[in-house]
Design a protein around this ligand. Structure first.
Ligand code: 5RP
Length: 220
């Protein structure tokens, strides 16, 4: 598959997600290249929505550039809809996310939303999560402690995403060589390690709807 056709799949998925936007909504908005297509499509109907809650500085910047008001989740309360991409998606709509280092805010908005629509290109579909290195956001001083504990706990190889600081001022470990047969259990276990801010496994709160970009897009 060429880069061009993967981008086209992302565009088709992002644009299809507009079907879930209703008049007057405050829309939760994720992060990444697929979401960028969703934001661009949302801009075309911006007069029909009340605003957006954003999961990253990157998405905030794009939303504002289009003239869409970005609101504070503390002020909006729970949301009807959250639209976001993913790095991997299994048949139960459980996800690996955080390739763009925005996992913590993404997880907060997913939890606050009644419907989570995940937009992906077809290569993100996997039978078992774990081929994509699992992102874990950590408090900087706990980086090596968390890495040692993850290695002992899972056998996976944590690699520091050197040079990347999250919007929350933290660091990312990407855990390689995992085959995640129990995503809910692993998410719970990793969340117990002191210094872990959040884990890029969206299993306890999976997506409700998955849109796979294509001609036509598939809605699962
Ligand atoms: C950012 C994410 C993204 O949703 C994920 O990385 C997918 O990105 P893209 O749409 O660019 O392939 O989790 O933290």
């Amino acid at each position: 598959m060429t880069i061009v056709s993967q981008n086209e799949h992302k565009r088709l998925a992002g644009e299809k997600a507009i079907d879930f936007v209703e008049d007057g909504m405050i829309v939760g908005v994720g992060t990444g290249s697929t979401v960028a297509y969703f934001i661009d499509a949302l801009a075309r109907i911006k007069d029909r929505i009340a605003g957006a809650v954003s999961s990253s500085e990157q998405s905030t910047e794009r939303l504002r550039r289009h003239g869409i008001e970005v609101m504070d989740l503390n002020a909006t309360g729970s949301l009807s809809l959250y639209v976001d991409g993913a790095d991997e998606c299994d048949p139960h709509k459980r996800l690996i996310k955080g390739g763009g280092a925005a996992l913590t805010r993404e997880k907060i908005i997913a939890e606050a939303s009644r419907k989570f629509v995940c937009i992906i290109d077809p290569i993100k579909q996997v039978p078992v999560l774990g081929k994509f290195p699992l992102p874990v956001e950590v408090v900087p001083m706990a980086r090596s402690l968390v890495a040692r504990e993850i290695l002992a706990m899972t056998g996976g190889q944590p690699v520091w995403r050197d040079g990347v600081t999250t919007d929350n001022g933290n660091w990312i470990l990407d855990v390689h060589n995992l085959s995640i047969v129990d995503p809910v259990g692993l998410e719970r276990e990793l969340n117990q390690i002191p210094g872990v801010v959040s884990v890029g496994l969206f299993a306890r709160r999976p997506a409700d709807v998955v849109i796979i970009g294509g001609e036509p897009p598939q809605v699962l």
